[in-house]
Write a protein that binds this ligand. Structure first.
Ligand SMILES: [Zn+2]
Ligand SMILES: [Zn+2]
Length: 152
């Protein structure tokens, strides 16, 4: 059965025992998830509405969200050269990788009280500079409106 899991906010095909293959919870039970929350995909450079992603109140504040992909290639390259030179090379290589391709950086709108909480991230897509967050319904509505305005 295809359902929208209220625990991990993914559309999933349930396991034989009815559990969610993504998070292991039972999608037929709402659990303690907030009905005002929903998943949203946000791009790195996207201009976001002045609405708190956590609780939906208007806010001018932003909280920087940064994630780097740790590249296995960077350390391999250094180790294969060996010695101090290899070590330095690994650092430079890692630095370049992170700066160019491996970082997703998003300025999330948050209110004062939500600014201390870590945002809930469902998935980070480093190749497309996007991330899926759990956001408040009001933020999602404002974001959708903003995207619509941009199109016209
Ligand atoms: Zn789930
Ligand atoms: Zn808030």
């Amino acid at each position: 059965m295809i359902v929208d899991c209220p625990h991990c906010f993914r559309r999933v095909i349930t396991n034989d025992d009815g559990s969610c293959p993504s998070c292991g919870n039972d999608p037929s039970k709402a659990g303690n998830s907030d009905p005002n929350l929903r998943p949203a995909r946000i791009a790195s450079e996207e201009e976001l509405p002045d609405v708190c992603i956590g609780c939906g109140v208007p806010t001018p504040l932003r909280r920087k969200f940064v994630r780097r992909r740790t590249s296995p290639h960077a350390s391999e390259a250094g180790e294969s050269v060996g010695g101090v030179g290899g070590f330095l090379l690994a650092i430079v290589f890692r630095f370049l990788l992170q700066d160019n391709k491996q970082t997703v950086s998003i300025k999330l709108p948050v209110c004062q009280s939500c600014s201390t909480k870590e945002p809930t991230v469902l998935h980070i897509d480093f190749d497309n500079y996007e991330a899926d967050f759990v956001v408040h319904r009001l933020f999602w509505d404002a974001l959708r409106q903003k995207r619509k305005d941009r199109e016209t």
